[in-house]
Each structure stands twice: as C-alpha cells, then as structure tokens.
Ligand binder design. Structure first.
Ligand SMILES: Cc1cc2nc3c(=O)[nH]c(=O)nc-3n(C[C@H](O)[C@H](O)[C@H](O)COP(=O)(O)OP(=O)(O)OC[C@H]3O[C@@H](n4cnc5c(N)ncnc54)[C@H](O)[C@@H]3O)c2cc1C
Length: 458
C-alpha cells in the first residue's frame, strides 16, 4: 500500500485534500528563503497532534525521512527536503489555545503566525517580545525550532527566553510534554530548551507554552548618524557601561547608507557613514530619562540626531532600516548573506576584518544588523553567473566565518545552521562537541529519519 493510502487509513481523520502528491502541489513545499528547491514525495498538511504522531509513526516503520515545515521562511535550508521523503506542514495548526492572564502565559499551536500572536496579546496590554523581521509570515513553531531573534533581543532576549513548555512528537511517533506553567521548575533535564533551536531534527513541536510580559507604555526612537564607524561602536559600548539598555540598537554601514540615502524621507548629511537606530521603552519617566542620557552621551560624536515618540514619526525613522533589503538588491543581482554574531565588544574588529576581506575579494560587502546584541547581517553582493565573482564570494564566506570564530563569535545568531552552513560547523565546534551533539540526535532519532542532512557536516 502506498504511503498516501496508509495515511488516509491511519484512523486519525486525515482527509484526501490534506495529502499532496502532485508535482504542482508539492512545488509549494520544497523551497525556503535560501532559494533552494527540492521536491518531497508527499506533503501532509497536519491539523492535529494525533495526525502528526500517526504520520511520524508510519514514517518510522517505513524508514521514510520526514521534514517538518512552518512557513518556509527559513534562511538556512532547515525545511528543505534532502532527497525523497514526507514534508509535514504545521501551518494548519494555528489556534491560540489558551491565554492565561493570571500567569501571563499563552498556549499556542505551532502554525500561529508570530505577528498574529503579538497583536492578540497586545489587546490585553501584554507583549510577546521576540520580533524576527519575518514576524508577518513566520510561525511560532519555526521560531522555536530556529530560536529566532530580532531587534528587541538586546533587551528582551530571543524566542527561547519565552518558551516554558512544549508538546513534541518524537521520531518514533510517541508524544511527550516538557516544561510547565511554574515560574520555577528544576525537575529533571530541561528538555524544553533541548528542542529550542534544534531545527526540526529532534522532534516535531505541536504545542507551545509561552511567557508574556506587560507591554511598555512608551517607546522613543533615536536615529543617530556618525561619520566614523568606530564612534558608533564606542557609543554602543558607552551605553552598556552606563547601564542604558535600549530595546533596540540597529546599525547600518556606509554601503547600506549609500543604497538608501536617496529614498529616505529625511536628508542625511554627506559625511554620515554609520547609522544607529536606537529605541528605548518602558514607562514615561524612565524612557525620558534614558533617552536624554543617550542623547547627551552621543551629542559630541554624532553628525546628526533625529528623535521621535509618536508611532507615525517613529515609522519614518524606521524606514532607513526597513527599506534596506530591497535597496541593496540594486547593488548586484545576487547576494550571499550570513548572520554571524560576535560579542558586542568585537563589533569594530569584525567589521574591520570584513572590510579587509571585501577589498581582497573585490566585492562589495554590505553589513547591517543588530549592533546591540552583536548579530551582524553580512551581505556579499555579486553576480553568481560570473565564475570569478562566484569563487570570490565563496572565499569571502569562508574567511568571514574564520574571522568571526577567531573573535569569539558564532556562525549564526538567528538563522540556524540548516544545510547551508553545516560544512562550516567544525570551524566552530570541536570533534568532541560535535560527537556529543550527534549522540543527542541518535538518542532521539537512531534511524536518522527526522530532517536528515541538517546541522551536522556531511
Ligand atoms: C524577510 C525575512 C526576514 C527574516 N528575519 C529574521 C529575523 O529577524 N530573525 C530571525 O531569527 N529569523 C529571520 N528570518 C528567518 C526565518 O523567518 C526564521 O528562521 C523563522 O523562525 C522560520 O519560521 P518558519 O515558520 O518560516 O519556519 P520554516 O522555515 O518552515 O522552518 C524553519 C526550521 O524549523 C523547523 N520547523 C518548523 N516548524 C517546526 C515545528 N513545528 N516543529 C519542529 N521543527 C519545525 C523546520 O524543519 C526548519 O528546520 C527571516 C526570514 C525572512 C525571509
């Protein structure tokens, strides 16, 4: 009997329209934001935990690889089917199951869109802080599997800091629960956080318990322009030293500024070579105090400073950051983008190393990102159809990773390893560390059927 028939007869209410097996339907389940494309043999649009468990059980018995999938917005190939197998899409499991206002917790299914959850809890004066730029379309399940972060990570942390518990279908089809609603809980291994960031390789997340925080009453935005990157880097360190922790500190380098300068709704002085977009949030009094302290701190080192409190005015300042991705696309037809992270104090050093690499490979490398938490989006701009540029682009990636690790950094701050960075994994981790990670994978998935080909070097 074919896999499709077995799924339909599994006794868990799977209907024919939930099982896709035609090439045209499967087109939508074999891509992600890396532009890779690989078709699975079948895709199940799961609607319940029981359906996920039954499908996983079948795959286990038949030794069929399974690829969990959220919105497919991943930037490291995590949801790409490597070879034949079954995609299990979680996007139909999109209920907000319980909003527990007494404990400031929310229980959701994995297919809930991050932005939808944020909007829903905002109605109660609450905030779910993790804010990946993809929040309008990425799913909470995908965010947990990638431990997604965003601009607010500098003050509020990343997805993993908000996950209190999970329901997970293991590779043999069994269902486990981890964590609980208690503020304190040290009963046994912290399995919850073993699944956070596991990129769909240890289990399929079918329910998520998340912590919420009271929404800040006021947000103030500052756009700071510097003539030298070093001064911007110093401003960030000075803020931290003075215990001023903005909710956001985004930075744009001179390539980024050149790409957006003409389209901005305000004029930047010609000498501006680095921008910082800083936000502080909290109650009225603390925001006023912190914002004034930051302005005083950077007064002498900036060539321009703009401030905004109202949402419309703040949106105008954010245009600098939001218009960036489409704007840099004009620099070259293709880009190789990485999301390295370094300790905050190493930002100037890593940017200097990247500039030197750019000169050596003779390609523009655009850097922007979350300066407040050391996570830098590095975009090597090139034309892949040009053999020299393609080879130089690959060399630049290798050299940037090597420089990052040398400076105490990591291959990925947000996007994960997937299948795009797996061959670089040994740069960061020793053979013994990789062996320890592999033994965890083997303990959960001895037959290597769940998302094979991800994270570990081939
Ligand atoms: C324009 C754009 C901006 C982005 N900005 C950010 C950003 O600011 N910060 C950031 O961190 N990322 C960002 N990303 C990357 C991406 O959106 C995140 O990694 C996101 O968490 C992926 O969610 P998804 O639902 O699309 O998951 P998918 O891409 O479908 O899957 C991602 C991984 O999670 C696994 N997975 C998905 N659902 C489950 C589940 N229920 N159980 C187990 N495993 C699962 C998949 O197997 C895969 O390994 C951006 C992407 C785009 C395209």
């Amino acid at each position: 009997m074919q896999l499709k028939e077995k799924l339909l007869q599994a006794g868990v209410g799977i209907r024919e329209e939930q099982v896709l097996d035609t090439p045209e339907a499967l087109l939508c389940y074999g891509y992600d934001a890396t532009r890779q494309m690989s078709q699975p043999q079948l895709a199940l649009l799961a609607e319940t935990t029981a359906q996920v468990a039954a499908a996983m059980d079948l795959a286990h018995q038949l030794h069929i690889p399974v690829f969990p999938r959220g919105a497919g917005s991943g930037m490291s190939g995590g949801s790409i089917p490597t070879g034949t197998g079954m995609v299990i899409s979680l996007t139909r499991m999109k209920q907000i199951l319980e909003l527990d206002l007494d404990n400031l917790l929310v229980t959701v299914e994995p297919g809930v869109i991050t932005g939808d959850l944020q909007e829903e809890v905002a109605r109660y004066g609450l905030m779910y802080p993790p804010d990946p730029a993809s929040l309008a379309f990425s799913t909470i399940g995908g965010n947990v599997a990638e431990n997604a972060g965003g601009p607010r990570a500098v003050k509020y942390g990343v997805t993993g800091n908000y996950v209190r518990g999970l329901e997970v279908v293991l590779p043999d089809g069994s269902i486990i629960n981890t964590g609980n609603k208690c503020v304190k809980s040290v009963s046994g291994y912290d399995l919850t956080h073993l699944f956070v960031g596991s990129e769909g390789t240890l289990g399929i997340i079918t329910k998520i318990l998340l912590r919420l925080v009271p929404a800040p009453a006021v947000t103030h935005t500052l756009l700071l322009a510097f003539a030298e990157m070093e001064k911007a880097a110093l401003a960030i360190t000075d803020m931290v030293r003075q215990h001023l922790i903005p909710s956001t500190t985004e930075f744009l380098d001179h390539h980024s500024i050149n790409a957006i300068r003409e389209s901005l709704p305000f004029t930047l002085p010609p000498e501006a070579r680095t921008l910082l977009l800083v936000e502080v949030d909290g109650d009225e009094e603390s925001v006023q105090r912190e914002s004034s302290a930051i302005q005083k701190l950077v007064e002498a080192s900036t060539v321009m400073m703009l401030t905004a409190s109202e949402k419309d005015e703040r949106d105008v300042l954010w245009q600098a950051r939001r218009s960036l991705s489409p704007a840099i696309a004009k620099i070259a037809p293709d880009k190789l983008n990485e999301d390295i992270a370094v300790p905050r104090s190493a930002i100037p050093a890593v940017l200097a190393r990247i500039e030197a690499i750019a000169r050596e490979v003779d390609l523009p490398i655009v850097c922007f990102g979350h300066a407040g938490d050391g996570n830098i989006h590095v975009n090597i701009m090139l034309d892949k159809s040009d053999a020299r540029q393609a080879a130089m682009g690959e060399k630049a990636v290798k050299d940037i990773f090597a420089a990052t690790i040398e400076l105490g950094g990591t291959l990925s701050g947000e996007h994960g390893i997937g299948n795009t960075k797996s061959d670089f994994f040994p740069l960061e981790w020793s053979p013994a560390t990789i062996a320890a990670m592999r033994s965890i994978k083997r303990a959960f998935d001895p037959d290597n059927i769940l998302n094979p080909g991800k994270i570990f070097p081939s």
